[in-house]
Design a protein around this ligand. Structure first.
Ligand SMILES: Cc1cc2nc3c(=O)[nH]c(=O)nc-3n(C[C@H](O)[C@H](O)[C@H](O)COP(=O)(O)OP(=O)(O)OC[C@H]3O[C@@H](n4cnc5c(N)ncnc54)[C@H](O)[C@@H]3O)c2cc1C
Ligand SMILES: NC(=O)c1ccc[n+]([C@@H]2O[C@H](COP(=O)([O-])OP(=O)(O)OC[C@H]3O[C@@H](n4cnc5c(N)ncnc54)[C@H](O)[C@@H]3O)[C@@H](O)[C@H]2O)c1
Length: 454
């Protein structure tokens, strides 16, 4: 049977755009369906505007550092609408670029809500198109737990378009988004309380890094409140009255929730086409990104594996090559994916945390160093940088590299190549440093603590 297309991709975000472009370059007839914005979460309400805000939030401290170097910066002030609107203009420019890239790649753009209505059939608003294969790359959406007053909270999407910057803010959650938002809002001049229900935020990251970032944020003046949760929110005029677990009530101008994201499956599948989901409600796929429905594939945040843009991009490239390329690629390798939290201070990490390495039974040598970056030494800024290597004692292989401080994400990206190649501590030691840098500390670590699994 002839079909309109070989592949219809639903969702023009990180994974969908990459898969569509690459499939087209392999000779497939491809259409992509998008209902909101080209470039998806990352470009519009994720990585890109977040990073621009994070840059913006650093300027206050840069001005005071500049004074230590002899500059006189008097009477500076911050104008939120300028940052917000300049960011929006840049995002709109990127939207246009994404559309142009798709057009140039020969991908047909279908604007509207996509729905899988039958085998090889995708409905886009009133129109139905036919296709050999369907790729679902619809991403996720914020999850806010159910509690009285839930309707009064804001989510990450809202932060990017706020009319005014609130004075006093609660940020609820202890993951990437909450910690990044707490740092950004504090840097822009808000009074920030970060609320996390367990004893220490950034679960899954290395314990030393989590404690270090908490100390640094507290020293900057962020109010970290662990082991507590919001029970209810009432309105009092413009204020949000938050009742905490211990019963105390406090007024905030805004309450932001960043308590995780869930797959965006709304009105996406006709009943007969719904694929199997996993226990967290994400679409279940095999190693080839095939769902339980024939010729329906899924990747990116909607499969809930590793919710990062570069991972969605890699999955999109992989699937396009697998379905339409000349040679079959080897299975996707999810080991040693470097990641960063653009908190203040930044975190960069690749490989196993000390806790994970011990859980896997490794006997370890753990190298740590904490230092005050040279840039801060002319004044009284006390912020420090922490670096840490987790090394398998028997093989000498570096299992984990962790850093918190200025430039941590940039530095970690380079070292991630070495980690991917299986670098040993001896390889690090044989590398001559670049002086004077913070990165050189990673190749000059000599003192280890031995730690064995219990
Ligand atoms: C605040 C925030 C900050 C982040 N920061 C980072 C970061 O710094 N680094 C990083 O690596 N990752 C970051 N992420 C995660 C990253 O954005 C995601 O992992 C990535 O965007 C996932 O890509 P995707 O293709 O799976 O989905 P998405 O990029 O979410 O794209 C899905 C697209 O599908 C469209 N869509 C959904 N349903 C339909 C439908 N039925 N019909 C038509 N279109 C539909 C949506 O409108 C969207 O455009 C961040 C996320 C958030 C929320
Ligand atoms: N820099 C980056 O690369 C970056 C930045 C932002 C987001 N992301 C990606 O997006 C994903 C989603 O980010 P996120 O921060 O929303 O999720 P997350 O999974 O990182 O963190 C969610 C947090 O909410 C808490 N939580 C969950 N349910 C709760 C409840 N009922 N009550 C109170 N707290 C609750 C969790 O304990 C956790 O601390 C991340 O996992 C990450 O993969 C990446």
């Amino acid at each position: 049977m002839t079909t309109d297309f070989d592949l219809v991709v639903i969702g023009a975000g990180s994974g969908g755009v990459r898969a569509a472009r690459m499939a087209s370059s392999h000779g497939a007839r491809v259409a992509i369906v998008e209902e909101r914005f080209f470039g998806g979460t990352c470009v519009n309400v994720g990585c890109v505007p977040k990073k621009l805000f994070s840059y913006g939030a650093h300027f206050g401290q840069e001005f005071s550092l500049a004074e230590d170097f002899g500059y006189q910066i008097e009477g500076w002030s911050f104008h939120w609408p300028t940052l917000r609107d300049n960011k929006t203009r840049e995002i709109e420019r990127l939207n246009g670029i994404y559309q142009r890239i798709l057009n140039q790649a020969g991908v047909t753009i279908l604007q509207g809500h996509g729905r899988v209505v039958g085998p090889g059939q995708v409905q886009v608003d009133e129109q139905v198109v036919t296709t050999g294969k369907i790729l679902v790359a619809v991403g996720g959406k914020p999850y806010v737990p159910d509690f009285p007053g839930r309707e009064h909270v804001r989510i990450s999407d809202d932060l990017f378009y706020l009319q005014t910057l609130p004075e006093k803010v609660a940020v609820v959650g202890g993951g990437y988004i909450a910690t990044e938002f707490a740092g950004i809002l504090h840097g822009l001049g808000c009074q920030v309380s970060q609320i996390y229900r367990r004893d220490l935020f950034l679960r899954g990251f290395d314990g030393d890094i989590r404690r270090f970032v908490a100390e640094q944020m507290q020293a900057q003046g962020v109010d970290l409140r662990f082991n507590t949760d919001v029970q209810a929110i009432d309105l009092d005029g413009d204020k949000k009255l938050v009742t905490f677990q211990d019963g105390h009530i406090e007024a905030f101008d805004e309450v932001f929730y960043a308590t995780g994201r869930i797959p965006r499956l709304d009105n996406l599948f006709a009943d007969a086409m719904l694929p199997a989901l996993n226990d967290r409600g994400a679409i279940r796929v095999d190693e080839q990104f095939q769902t339980s429905q024939d010729n329906v594939y899924a990747l990116g945040d909607v499969i809930g594996r590793v919710e990062l843009t570069p991972v969605a991009l890699a999955e999109g490239m992989w699937l396009a090559a697998h379905l339409f390329g000349q040679t079959r690629p080897a299975a996707m390798d999810y080991s040693n994916i470097a990641t960063a939290v653009f908190s203040h201070p930044n975190i960069g990490t690749v490989g196993l945390s000390e806790e994970e390495a011990l859980e896997k039974g490794h006997s370890l040598r753990v190298y740590r160093s904490s230092f005050r970056p040279m840039r801060y030494t002319l004044g009284d800024k006390q912020e420090r940088t922490l670096i840490k290597l987790v090394v398998d004692d028997a093989s000498d292989r570096v299992l984990g590299l962790h850093m918190a401080g200025e430039d941590a994400p940039e530095i970690t990206q380079g070292f991630a190549v070495a980690m991917k190649m299986g670098a040993t501590k001896a390889d690090f030691d044989a590398t001559i440093g670049i002086h004077p840098t913070s990165a050189e500390e990673l190749v000059t670590l000599r003192q280890a603590e031995r730690v064995n699994p219990s």
